[in-house]
Design a protein around this ligand. Sequence first.
Ligand code: HEC
Length: 181
Amino acid sequence: MKKFVFVAGVVVASSVFAQDTMMFGSDDDEAYALAIWDSMLESDLAGDGLVISYPYPGTDPHGFLLETFYTQATINGHTGALVVKRNYGPLDVSEDEVIADPKGHLSAITIMFEREAGYDDATQNWFYAKYLPEGSLDVNPNGVSLAGLVGKDADAGCIACHQNASGDDYIFTTDARLTVN
Ligand code: HEC
């Protein structure tokens, strides 16, 4: 019994430690997110001359109008599914205004990228990032970059919300199988 209490104590302590160490926003997370951004620039998913589709009405916390792209990317030699969501504003912006000037109405780009098996199997190895329009990472109120396992084991943030998506795949818009690994 004593041993059980001791083991439970270690588990609690280590999970508190895990919360303190960063689930997201580490140097590695930032570097990885920037590598994804570069690949998005190369494929015109971001940057000047980006490919656009017909924007559709969105919901909080994503933009007033949205675009979603499903593709794949190869980051540091690893190929995985990449889902890119462009978030447009402000409130009441029209489809025509977004199509005429997408960059001028872009408020953020949020992505999910399928990392290698073992990255975080419990949440299906999705890496999350939120970029400001010009490609820098957005930060939370504590100044931590939104890149990595954002919102894991937390009350708010990407994973806290995306874990409620139907199909148990962390993806809201579709239950189609997107993953390639
Ligand atoms: C409070 C809930 C919530 C939070 C927090 C949230 N999202 Fe989402 N997200 C959604 C919903 C709902 C959709 C579907 C929107 C639509 O209709 O296109 C979505 C869609 C997406 C998509 C397109 C793939 C999909 O699930 O359909 C990406 C990529 C995405 N979110 C990334 C992020 C990132 C990165 C963060 C954190 C920085 C984040 N989301 C935070 C609710 C949330």
